[in-house]
Design a protein around this ligand. Structure first.
Ligand code: LLP
Length: 415
């Protein structure tokens, strides 16, 4: 059985009961389904059909090595957002020519690294950054491959924290600036313009903003080509959302068809940088109930041993994640506020959830936590980073062991 499904009432991952993993490894623990990861990657890849395309998995969603390696074996390329994600991608086996480097604030050291490695592209976020890249390339006698990230002033209609395509957002350059930049790049010895890039936001659940952004990039690409520059591809960013609550979201094939329809006339290959749509549904955070107490006349607090330190999304964006009892009891349903152990009232994992009765010691699974879950975990309250387990074909292995306090304090001096 593939993914997270019940076997005789017990929630399992790729056929392995989550209780077996929690009993052996402790909680909180991230559990990933290799079969789901493969299926999500392949579905998106297949959705583009014969149209030339490359999926650059966005490591920021989840850069745990074993998962990145697995995606590489499927044929994925990589999108890295920092020098450290580049290093991680390299450790996972990616060649520099398979890595695009995105990100709004690349330090001098990061640009130096990007230029010297000869990455597939550095996605440029400003005129100043382009000048710094050129200076490094000239000094080191290289030709840096760059893409210009445009800010299309398009509303992705996602949460404001993760919408990036509006003029007021810090990302990319306005179209007029992009025109000036590509005119400048043309004829420069140390720079090669290989693509136009756009990313309007994450958890985008309507196709319209993605379609409009793709159409704009295609239009600009035609202008670039008319100006005598040969582009290699169009980078249309990430952003395809997933259904956290069972509601409708665009399918991979609708998404791919929308993008292809907008750019086909350019004849240029498509690059996308998906993170969430591949990794999100492949992971669950498994936690144990550690306390129960009354809240209102009709509801209880269920305090679990995972909180905003392990999964920040609910506290940071008010994000919804399904919470399910791993072995539900056959008793009437009750209302719960599922909260973490961290000393903040924002540390709520699930509000007003109706579930079968929980008892201290019960396990719960917080679903669709494979993307932006472990990657955003912190040590607040000196909580160790959680263990991570990958289930593959009925076997499971720890792909990241739980951090220890000694490891946490190892970087500190006592006086
Ligand atoms: N490309 C660029 C340039 C990006 O900034 C991002 C995400 C992606 C690709 C991948 O987007 P995806 O396919 O995963 O939507 N922490 C937030 C999400 C932040 C996304 C940041 N950028 C969350 O938990 O919802």
């Amino acid at each position: 059985m593939i993914g997270f499904a019940r076997i005789a009432n017990q929630l399992a991952c790729d056929g392995v009961p989550l209780s077996a993993i929690a009993d052996a490894e402790g909680t909180p623990v991230y559990v990933y389904s290799a079969a789901t990861l493969r299926a999500r990657y392949r579905e998106l890849d297949a959705a583009f059909g014969a149209y030339p395309h490359t999926l650059h998995y966005a490591l920021k969603a989840n850069s745990t090595l074993a998962l990145v390696r697995l995606l590489r074996t499927l044929g994925s390329a990589a999108d890295a957002n920092s020098i450290w994600e580049i290093e991680t991608a390299r450790k996972a086996g990616f060649q520099p020519s398979e890595i695009v480097f995105t990100g709004v604030g690349k330090s001098a050291a990061e640009l130096e690294c990007g230029v010297s490695l000869g990455l597939k592209a550095i996605n440029v976020e400003s005129a100043g950054e382009l000048a710094r890249i050129e200076a490094i390339a000239e000094r080191t006698g290289r030709r840096a491959r760059v893409a210009i990230r445009i800010n299309p002033d398009i509303d992705a209609k996602s949460h404001p924290h993760i919408s990036t395509g509006l003029k007021i957002n810090k990302f990319g350059v306005p179209i007029d600036t992009a025109r000036e930049l590509w005119t400048t790049i043309h004829g420069r010895r140390a720079l090669e313009l290989v693509a136009i890039h756009v990313h309007v936001g994450s958890q985008v659940t309507t196709l319209e903003p993605l379609r409009r952004a793709a159409a704009l990039v295609a239009r600009l690409a035609n202008d670039v080509v008319r100006a005598g520059v040969t582009l290699e591809y169009l980078d249309l960013g990430g952003g395809l959302g997933i259904s956290y609550d069972g509601g409708d979201v665009p399918s991979a094939s609708d998404y791919a068809a929308a993008l292809v329809a907008e750019v086909r006339h350019t004849g240029l290959p498509i690059v996308v940088e998906p993170g969430r749509t591949i990794a999100g549904p492949a992971g669950a955070l498994v936690a144990r109930v550690i306390d129960l107490k009354p809240r209102t006349a009709d509801s209880h607090f269920a305090v679990i041993d995972a909180g905003m330190t392990e999964l920040l999304r609910p506290a940071l964006y008010g994000a919804f994640h399904r919470v399910e009892a791993v072995q539900p009891r056959e008793t009437p349903e009750q209302e719960y506020e599922i909260v973490g152990p961290v000393c903040e009232s924002s540390d709520v994992i699930g509000r007003d959830r109706t579930m079968t009765r929980l008892e201290v010691g019960d396990l719960v699974a917080i679903r669709d936590a494979g993307a932006y879950g472990s990657a955003m975990a912190s040590n607040y309250n000196r909580r160790p980073l959680p263990a991570e387990v990958l289930v593959d074909e009925g076997r499971w292995k720890v792909i990241r062991r739980r951090q220890t306090v000694d490891e946490m304090v190892a970087l500190e001096t006592e006086s």
